[in-house]
Design a protein around this ligand. Structure first.
Ligand SMILES: *[C@@H]1O[C@H](CO)[C@@H](O)[C@H](O)[C@H]1NC(C)=O
Ligand SMILES: *[C@@H]1O[C@H](CO)[C@@H](O)[C@H](O)[C@H]1NC(C)=O
Ligand SMILES: *[C@@H]1O[C@H](CO)[C@@H](O)[C@H](O)[C@H]1NC(C)=O
Ligand SMILES: *[C@@H]1O[C@H](CO)[C@@H](O)[C@H](O)[C@H]1NC(C)=O
Ligand SMILES: *[C@@H]1O[C@H](CO)[C@@H](O)[C@H](O)[C@H]1NC(C)=O
Length: 575
């Protein structure tokens, strides 16, 4: 047995380094390890010498020291390896592949800003990654429970034998270059809890045999080349990430028939058609439901009103219609509601998506939605909403960002928004709002305030509140904080900044954009920005196409070192 194994290894060994390594094994493997030279320690050394490790992540993997003390290795009391956990930064491996593969979410939050609720990690502190062929001999570590090698540069197929490993609980190869198909036969893996193969190059369908993984809780197959239909069994899991593939057909009704544990469901960036199944309303533990960038039709199911744990709902970039159900007002945990999105969240990647937002709702925005107690972000530009603008913003103490631009809202400007102390982004441009602005609004602290293209009148007031909270952070690496709305806040802020004039200002982290153009304003009483904001940020103030009268307000310039752009209009009498 021993000699047979030995000879098979010698036959495979060709390179000089591996020959040296063989000598190390013979002479330096101490009895202390209590394992034979050709068991776990040799498997690990074989891994070390079969791959490239430019950053020296495995430099502690020294043949003369006990393998259980090596970096990223954990053993049981018999010195058998139970966990191998090496997270790379992905950077080097993916840099020279960037033209052929999808970029990696771990080190590049910018490209997939809305991916990974509940599972996303950061690579902060990780330097370097391992490169080479996926080590199929890893299956010789028969006691392995955790095999976690995310964001490295492993390529090639996953060996079939891995699917019959008995003890594995975690298989995490996210962000590598794994190719091939998912298995059609699985004998083992009865204990597998997490299967994470996201951001690889796996093709074909998701075989139903995956449903035989009895202990599976989290399945991440996002950003591969998978096609066929969304498997119905995923409803029984806790976290399901199938975004950015080529899945087609309908969202199976069955997902909602046994989904009592489901917390995160992400089917975005596929080609899913027809109605959103009502049955999803049964998934009462759902915290995030992301369905954006598909071809879904008909309305938002009124049954969603039963999703009392839901925190993030994004149905943008589909072809939905119907009215927005007031029943969403029962979802008391809702903090991010995205009904449309004029930015393309997958537009920077190679994935094929529609170019334009096509949701087209009927009726108004229900008061029940705008008065949700935890609402932080409400995003519904250009979706045909009409009727009088919602007035009861309820307990808006958490509200941070609202875009209801380019709809057909009428009625008085919602001065009650002055009660929303955290509101820092308000885009109500291109509606038909009337009335005057209240001096209680927190415009001086807002990063974006756009009321252009309405019928507002009176004077832009001297806003009373000039003491601002700290500037909101734009950092995209906020998945760590447990603050589930942050990725959206960060994403919308940075996209909006790109779209307004901010991009031209040289990429400073802070900038402020206030647009009062195309109204019936007759004057401006002071510069509507807080002094400290003005000093720290670039500032754009647009006032054109109004009915400004009276002398030119030179006092506007007294304190305006930070002012980048000020557009008045021709009618303003200059003197
Ligand atoms: C792997 O190690 C990282 C820290 O290096 C840790 O955060 C993570 O939980 C570990 N993963 C597993 C599956 O043990
Ligand atoms: C799915 O992908 C495989 C592999 O890329 C391809 O051969 C097959 O034709 C695709 N099937 C469908 C229905 O698109
Ligand atoms: C919520 O679920 C209950 C059953 O638990 C059902 O009777 C009711 O119709 C559902 N409500 C909505 C709005 O779907
Ligand atoms: C605003 O009202 C005018 C006149 O009532 C109408 O012609 C116009 O279409 C409206 N615009 C919007 C965006 O609703
Ligand atoms: C805004 O100005 C237009 C053009 O002067 C005028 O017809 C309209 O009545 C004004 N609207 C309001 C609400 O003041």
């Amino acid at each position: 047995m021993f000699s047979c194994y030995l000879s098979s290894i010698i036959i495979k060994w060709t390179s000089f380094t591996q020959f040296i390594f063989f000598f190390f094994l013979l002479f330096f493997t101490s009895p202390y390890d209590a394992v034979s030279p050709f068991s776990d320690k040799s498997t690990l050394l074989r891994l070390k010498y079969s791959i490239s490790d430019p950053a020296g992540l495995l430099s502690s993997w020294n043949p003369s020291s006990p393998h259980c003390s090596w970096y990223a290795v954990r053993c049981d009391s018999n010195f058998r390896v139970v966990s191998l956990n090496i997270t790379g930064d992905g950077a080097r491996a993916h840099a020279h592949r960037s033209s052929t593969s999808t970029s990696l979410p771990c080190s590049d939050f910018g490209k997939f800003p809305l991916y990974g609720f509940g599972i996303r990690r950061s690579c902060v502190g990780v330097k370097g990654s391992l490169l080479g062929k996926f080590p199929s001999f890893i299956i010789d570590l028969t006691e392995l429970r955790v095999l976690s090698l995310p964001f490295n540069g492993f390529e090639g197929l996953i060996p079939d034998e891995i699917w019959s490993m008995k003890k594995l609980e975690v298989l995490d190869l996210e962000g590598n270059f794994i190719t091939g198909h998912l298995p059609f036969h699985i004998q083992g893996l009865k204990k597998l809890r997490l299967l994470n193969l996201g951001f690889n190059n796996i093709l074909g369908v998701v075989p139903s045999v995956l449903s035989s993984l009895d202990s599976l809780e989290v399945l991440n197959l996002a950003a591969n080349g998978l096609n066929g239909s969304v498997p119905a069994f995923v409803g029984k899991l806790r976290g399901v990430y199938l975004s950015f593939n080529q899945f087609s057909g309908v969202i199976p009704e069955e997902i909602g028939e046994n989904c009592g544990k489901l917390e995160h469901l992400d089917l975005s960036g596929n080609s899913l058609i027809q109605a959103i199944p009502k049955s999803l309303g049964n998934c009462v533990r759902l915290r995030t439901l992301l369905l954006y960038s598909n071809l879904l039709e008909e309305g938002i199911p009124v049954e969603f009103g039963n999703l009392t744990s839901l925190e993030v709902l994004d149905v943008s970039r589909n072809t939905l219609s119907g009215s927005i159900p007031g029943a969403l007002g029962n979802c008391k945990e809702l903090s991010v509601v995205v009904l449309s999105n004029l930015f393309d969240p997958v537009g920077d990647s190679e994935f094929v998506t529609l170019n334009d937002e096509l949701n087209y709702f009927e009726g108004s925005m229900p008061e029940e939605v705008v008065s949700l107690p935890k609402l932080r972000i409400l995003w519904a530009p250009m979706v045909n909403l009409e009727g009088s603008f919602p007035r009861n913003w309820g307990a808006c103490g958490n509200l941070e960002m609202v875009s209801l631009a380019q709809n057909f809202f009428t009625g008085e400007f919602p001065n009650r928004l002055g009660f929303c102390k955290k509101l820092h982004f308000l885009d109500l441009s291109s509606n038909n709002l009337t009335g005057e602005l209240s001096k209680e609004l927190h415009v001086p602290c807002m990063t974006l305030f756009d009321v252009s293209g309405n019928i507002l009148s009176g004077s832009v007031p001297d806003f009373s509140n000039n003491v601002c909270p700290p500037f909101p952070s734009w950092n995209g690496n906020l998945f760590q904080t447990g603050d589930i709305a942050s990725p959206y806040a960060s994403y919308f802020s940075s996209k909006a900044r790109e779209r307004t004039l901010f991009a031209s200002l040289g990429g400073v982290g802070l900038s402020v954009f206030h647009n009062f153009e195309q109204n019936n304003f007759t004057g401006i009483q002071s510069l509507p920005i807080a002094l400290d904001r003005m000093e720290k940020s670039g500032y754009t103030l647009l006032l054109g196409e109004n009915k400004l009268t009276g002398p030119f307000p030179t006092y506007l310039f007294e304190k305006c070192d930070g002012l980048d752009t000020l557009l008045l209009n021709d009618q303003f009498p200059l003197r």
